[in-house]
Design a protein around this ligand. Structure first.
Ligand code: FAD
Ligand code: DLZ
Ligand code: SF4
Length: 513
């Protein structure tokens, strides 16, 4: 007789999941399933689907090795009922468990559905908190209550105190909470930077790659060269590689972009942290250890830890605090469809073609590429935030709504009106030219402000401020650009408007830009 049916979702691949606490291999059954509903509710990148399915199959294998009875349904099983709910109902009908246990999901739509499982299944369904995160929903809500602006930096300090990471008693290590003043420099190509480890696909991964190639041929992305880790052990090796080879320079190149070096000193660990292969707090403790043992400087280590216990936790807090209304946020009333080149990389703007091309190849780009290239372009061009959100959720292998949506809707598109960020991340070509080498060899001239051949970001930037003046002028952090705009000769302002409008007309007419 089955006592508990424990349902493990595709981004819950940790033996420490709350759903597995007190699990009894002798009497409990673990349920895992590959379902079309999850692969197609948005049309995920091929590499993302392959990564998750292969990671799930390897995790099922390790649970079996630990003695568990795992009921695993393959995507192409003829009996596969296609969705979490339908698969659960099949299992309940077959096994008649005393109860179902599951850890809460990372997406609102799944939680909504899950809330109806108990009634549909006719047996108790125990939905447990996901304690892979540091802050519970209640703690975040209590922190947010009564604050006008939810400043991440203050939340982050609470998480430092809570974890003791980089703390000497009540005092932050080095006497400051934040060392970003020493970070975020432009980068030069570094031929000595170590190469990233790739894992050759094993038999399980090769099966999955063939399945994905056949079933999802019309989804974005490439599968050739697939080298992601699909086991916990290999993910751990990548964590160790990062700390040994890249962490020391993480801070200084964090905002830099180089065409010849798409990953610089970034961790490339979000894939594994988000599915449960790596525990976020353990990653931070290992990184802190590198500092304490003198292997990495404080600016890099603090910067890295802030991304995880600060930004990552904060984004999750915002998502659950503000859903479901958050998804429809559109403060700037942006409505333009996403240009086709977001799917093909076919544009003459070298920055966008590089970043989108890398995204198509790898289902990855780093933070500043996401924020200041694709995100910045969508913001300046007035693309509908819902379309931008859907694109990011589809194309990145680390994308789940709880983290992707606040980053896109809030941080990148300012669609929440400044709940999350105090000003829009809008920038002209000058920023891109300063922080990257993309402009060298671009068909457009970053120094040219308007007219034929001028970098489109330049006119789009001023037109963005001009057309959103009513909504953005009251923002005191934009006082300086609005003052510059006001000082400009009217002829210059007209040139910017005309250049931007010509560009946007071409975009709307689906002409190559
Ligand atoms: P690194 O730059 O090396 O950072 C280290 C770790 O910090 C990451 O692995 C990640 O766990 C965490 N982190 C860093 N920045 C953030 C952040 N802003 N929010 C949450 N965690 C962060 N991250 C996702 O995990 N999934 C997404 O779908 C996602 N969508 C994004 C969309 C936009 C528009 C933007 C601007 C950012 C998005 N991010 C997302 C955050 C960030 O870009 C990625 O976490 C990061 O690029 C992952 O690569 P990495 O592991 O090399 O990160
Ligand atoms: C993203 C994804 C995909 C593509 N496929 C599956 C799947 O077949 N089975 C599964 O359990 N999970 C999958 N996932 C991850 C889920 O979408 C994720 O668990 C939910 O969105 C909750 O965050
Ligand atoms: Fe991008 Fe403009 Fe630079 Fe071209 S010139 S790469 S469009 S910022």
């Amino acid at each position: 007789m089955t006592r508990n049916l424990i349902f493990i979702l595709g981004d819950q691949l940790s033996p420490d999941m709350s759903s597995l606490r007190e699990a009894d291999p002798a009497r409990d059954v673990i349920l895992m399933c590959e379902v079309m509903a999850e692969a197609t509710y948005v049309r995920h990148h091929k590499r993302k689907i392959a990564f998750i399915l292969s990671a799930m199959r390897h995790h099922a294998q390790s649970l079996r090795e630990a003695g568990f009875n795992v009921r695993y349904t393959l995507l192409d099983d003829p009996e596969n009922a296609g969705s979490f709910r339908a698969q659960l109902l099949r299992a309940v009908a077959d096994l008649a468990p005393d109860r179902v246990i599951v850890t809460e999901p990372g997406e609102w739509r799944v939680l909504e559905d899950m809330r109806g499982w108990q009634q549909a299944a006719g047996c108790p369904v125990d939905i447990r908190a996901d304690d892979r995160f540091l802050a519970t929903h209640e703690e975040f809500a209590a922190w947010a209550a009564g604050r006008k602006q939810l400043t991440m930096e203050f939340f982050y300090r609470d998480m430092r105190r809570k974890t003791g990471l980089l703390m000497e008693g009540d005092v932050p290590s080095g006497g400051r909470w934040n060392f970003d003043a020493e970070n975020r420099k432009p980068a030069k190509p570094d031929l000595l930077r170590p190469r990233r480890r790739q894992f050759a696909p094993d038999a399980i991964t090769r099966d999955v790659l063939a399945l994905v190639a056949e079933r999802f041929s019309d989804h974005i992305g490439r599968l050739d060269g697939f080298g992601l880790a699909v086991t916990r052990a290999d993910a751990q090796t990548l964590q160790d590689d990062f700390i040994a080879d890249f962490l020391s320079h993480f801070g200084e190149t964090q905002d830099a972009m180089l065409a010849s070096d798409p990953t610089l000193n970034h961790a490339l660990l979000s894939f594994y942290i988000n599915i449960g292969f790596l525990d976020p707090l353990s990653v931070c403790r290992a990184v802190e250890r590198a500092y304490l043992e003198g292997h990495a400087p404080l600016n890099a280590v603090e910067g890295f830890i802030r991304q995880i216990i600060g930004w990552r936790e904060y984004m999750r807090g915002i998502y659950w605090l503000k859903m479901p209304d958050y998804a429809a946020s559109n403060f700037l009333k942006a409505s333009r469809p996403l240009p086709d080149f977001f799917w093909t990389a076919e544009t003459d703007m070298a920055c966008l073609s590089t970043v989108i091309g890398e995204t198509i190849d790898n289902a990855y780009s780093h933070h500043i590429q996401r924020l200041m290239i694709t995100g910045n372009f969508a913001l300046l061009s007035g693309i509908a935030p819902s379309a931008v959100h859907e694109w990011y959720l589809e194309v990145y292998a680390d994308a789940y709504e709880w983290v992707e949506m606040p980053n896109v809707i809030g941080m990148s598109q300012f669609a929440d009106g400044g709940l999350l960020g105090s000003k829009p991340y809008a920038a002209s070509g000058n920023y891109i030219s300063k922080m990257s080498d993309y402009c060298t060899g671009c068909r457009y001239d970053v120094k040219k402000k308007t007219g034929e051949g001028a970098c489109p970001f330049n006119a789009l930037y001023w037109d963005f401020l001009d057309r959103n003046r009513e909504l953005l002028l009251p923002n005191h952090r934009l006082a300086q650009p609005y003052a510059t705009w006001a000082r400009m000769a009217e002829g210059q302002r007209q040139d910017y408007r005309a250049s931007a409008h010509r560009f946007l007309e071409k975009l709307d007419a689906k002409e190559r830009v």
